[in-house]
Design a protein around this ligand. Structure first.
Ligand code: PEP
Ligand code: MG
Length: 756
């Protein structure tokens, strides 16, 4: 491969382009000149600009080096060829041997077959691809990171030219009146439950960078300092708002964000960009583009979070520096905002007036993403990981966010809108009816009491134990607070958290599950290897037994938090009784230590075991001897039983929890617990669905732990149940060879007026 003389520095190149832009010529004439200047500056034989037109087509608008007659003739669809590839992924591409790339397509009219190397960058405008800028060389050469950056900066200038509307009518890409886009349904992952309907607001900050090359770097550095200072003050104000004043993990999230905001390395990089000749806003933008590029390649969820925070901050700075609007601030918003975003930072979300915010949909996002936790505090439905969201939704579209069914309806037809509005009304009415049930007991018509508890994972979930009238918290997943923190919480921090949980539960029992991390639930500050099958990997109790100090610290924190009150602890992913014994020994050692140190021990201590690894099913008699209580983790138990990944939508519903083998396994556990008089509960997702909960009660389960929103529907079902007839009926069907007993159970319930 040949070394190539580098062209003029980015500063001089930009200076020339700026002079051209300031001239009097038409936009097309400017573009024709610009490609020549870039080709010379980048020492490339070819420089071409493609602009996105209606119908997702990229049209060659100007070229130096390709045949002139191809201009306005050569067109590529987004995704077609290398240029289409750059537009589709909104990512730069640099290839020393372009023609061997699988996406390469040959356009004979351009005469480009003689060019071997290619480098292209997207022309981005308000977060959307507006075109592609490409250079090509005859020889096989590689392009340096600095050259790619110089092209990105140049593309920023071109974006302004495209936006001016002189090249392509800006309305061209908007759907014409009467030719509105069709309704679509998009699937995603529910990151916070609930349902909402509203008007799409694209989280696409309106920022336009007019000046890229600085006159005086000192002035720009001062502007940056002032903007950073202003942003900090603004964050103090935002984070101090009333809705967020309560305790909870969202406070940690906001603190972590604040740390990023004060990160000097990041600000220094912007300073370096300014010293290389950019204005403050162009410097922020350049560092932001680099971050975005790195972000798209990251798999580590913690780092992605940090980089998301930086994206949020970059936009804030840009807004200050350009006087543009950053998302929710200073914009005319509808009263029913459904925010549509690639991703959105926690502080950005708070820019939108919470009184108008109905829901949030994102292309990215995870349940422990910082924004999801803040959204939980604001109580709005959130759906994440919606593919191609940004391409499918336009501002002003009516959008339905149905987090209960993990789906989004965009531009639903009138009938669907009306139907959904009716669903919302019914939900509100049902919620009212459930609220009235809050203080009624969960007792069947024939007098059997069922204990209904909630699953929780954050401090801010705890108050729901009171608002729903649940008996307690049947599963507190302790790993979630660990996952949203920047560093491993020490004993004091853990004690404070568990104490807050117990205080807020106010005497209602809470079952703390020890850390279930590892595998796919990575802790950012803890080295672990995910392995090929994370669910079967080094996780949960396996880590705890190999690193007993972690478990001991957690137990110490729990004991101190209980401070003489009752305490329930259970271990996840126990595969054999010997493992339970070992875990219990670690716990006992810690108790002995506390006692020796004169600490206050819990008034009553219950140590339980989760039943979620099938091997344990063959040691039930020994297990019930030892454990104070059992809790079935049906999510894992069934995934391992049927060998189906619970996180893979393609197969996760292939086998039914209401199938004969699943129900018979669950029955065996119930019988073993009953024989030994051991309390038994089930805390997997199936307990949250009334029909499944009914079947569990029929099998002998007298305690369930479910999502808070399901307490009302499940209690209603319990109160309508005649357990005697159900139990007798279930005995007659369990030996069936059918795939599922769901329809039979449903028909039986309806025949008997059970409120499923
Ligand atoms: C389960 O496996 O059913 C369970 C409750 O635990 P988790 O969903 O946290 O794995
Ligand atoms: Mg589990």
């Amino acid at each position: 491969m040949q070394a190539v003389p580098t062209g003029v520095g980015p500063r001089r190149l930009l200076g020339r382009i700026r002079d051209l832009m300031a001239g009097e010529a038409t936009a097309q004439a400017k573009l024709d000149k610009v490609v020549q200047v870039i080709a010379a500056g980048m020492v490339a034989e070819v420089c071409s600009v493609y602009i996105l037109r209606a119908g997702e087509v990229l049209e060659l608008f100007a070229t130096k080096g390709l045949r002139r007659r191809a201009v306005h003739q050569t067109r590529l669809r987004v995704g077609e060829g290398l240029v289409g590839e750059i537009a589709a992924h909104a990512q730069p591409l640099a290839l020393s041997d372009a023609q061997s790339h699988p996406a390469f397509v040959y356009k004979p009219e351009t005469g480009e077959e003689i060019f071997r190397s290619l480098m292209g960058v997207p022309i981005l405008r308000s977060g959307r691809v507006a075109g592609v800028l490409v250079v090509q060389n005859k020889i096989e050469r590689s392009y340096s990171d600095e050259e790619i950056e110089a092209m990105q900066i140049t593309a920023m200038v071109l974006a302004e030219l495209v936006a001016s509307g002189d090249l392509v009518n800006p309305h061209e890409r908007a759907p014409a009146e009467g030719n509105a886009l069709l309704p679509v349904r998009l699937a995603g992952v529910a990151l916070n439950g609930g349902m909402a309907m509203g008007t799409a607001v694209l989280h696409r900050p309106d920022i336009s960078i007019r000046q890229i090359v600085a006159e005086d770097p000192e002035v720009e550095l001062r502007r940056l300092d002032e903007a950073v200072e202003e942003v900090h003050q603004n964050l103090d104000r935002l984070f101090g708002r009333g809705e967020l004043s309560g305790a909870g993990e969202h406070r940690d999230v906001l603190e972590a964000y604040r740390m990023v905001a004060s990160d000097s390395g990041w600000i220094r990089r912007i300073g370096d960009a300014i010293r290389s000749g950019l204005t403050a806003e162009a410097g922020v933008q350049q560092v932001r583009e680099n971050i975005r590029m790195r972000m798209s390649q990251l798999t580590d969820s913690y780092l992605r979070e940090r980089l998301d925070d930086m994206e949020d901050l970059s936009l804030r700075l840009l807004q200050r520096l350009t006087g543009g609007a950053n998302g929710g601030e200073a914009r005319d918003l509808p009263d029913d905002v459904v925010l549509v975003a690639r991703s959105v930072g926690p502080a950005e979300l708070l820019d939108y007036d919470p009184a108008r915010l109905r829901g949030l949909i994102m292309e990215r996002g995870s349940a422990t993403a910082h924004v999801s936790i803040v959204a939980r505090a604001l109580d709005i439905p959130v759906i994440g990981q919606v593919k191609d969201l940004f391409a499918k939704v336009d501002a002003g579209d009516t959008v339905i966010v149905d987090a209960e069914n993990r789906q989004v309806f965009v531009r639903p037809v009138e009938d669907v809108q009306q139907g959904f509005a009716e669903t919302l009304r019914l939900r509100a009415a049902r919620r009212q009816a459930f609220a009235q049930l809050r203080d009624q007991p969960a007792v069947t018509l024939d007098g059997t009491q069922v204990s209904l508890n909630i699953n929780a994972g954050l401090e801010l979930d705890v108050p729901q134990v009171h608002s729903t009238g649940a008996d307690g918290i049947g599963l507190f997943r302790t790993e979630i607070p660990f996952m949203v923190r920047a560093a491993y919480p020490d004993v004091e921090a853990q004690t404070a958290l568990y104490r807050a949980v117990l205080d807020q539960a106010d005497g209602k029992p809470v079952v703390f599950r020890t850390l279930d991390v590892g595998g796919d639930k990575e802790l950012p500050y803890f080295e672990s290897e995910a392995g090929e099958n994370p669910a079967l990997g080094w996780r949960a109790i396996r880590i705890a037994l190999d690193r007993p100090a972690m478990l001991r610290q957690q137990v110490r924190a729990l004991v101190r938090a209980a401070d003489g009150r009752s305490l329930s602890v259970m271990f996840p992913m126990i595969a054999e009784v010997a493992e339970y014994d070992l875990a219990r020994q670690v716990l006992d050692m810690e108790l002995a230590r506390e006692k020796a140190k004169g600490g206050t021990l819990p008034r009553k201590l219950s140590v339980g075991c989760m039943v979620e690894v099938p091997a344990l099913l063959w040691q039930l008699p020994a297990l019930v001897e030892r454990a104070d209580f059992l809790s079935v983790g049906s999510n894992d138990l069934l995934q391992f039983l049927f060998a189906t990944d619970r996180g893979n939508p393609r197969i996760s519903e292939r086998y039914d929890p209401l199938s004969p083998p699943a129900l018979k396994v669950l029955l065996d556990v119930a019988k073993a617990a009953d024989r030994a008089g051991r309390p038994l509960s089930l805390c997997g997702e199936m307990a949250s669905r009334p029909l499944e909960a009914m079947a569990l009660i029929g099998l002998g389960y007298r305690s369930l732990s479910l999502t808070a929103a399901s307490i009302g529907p499940v209690k209603t079902m319990v109160r309508s149940l005649r357990l005697g007839v159900l139990r007798a009926y279930m005995q007659t069907i369990l030996d069936s060879r059918e795939h599922s007993l769901r329809e039979r159970l449903r028909a039986f319930a309806l025949d008997h007026d059970f409120a499923i």
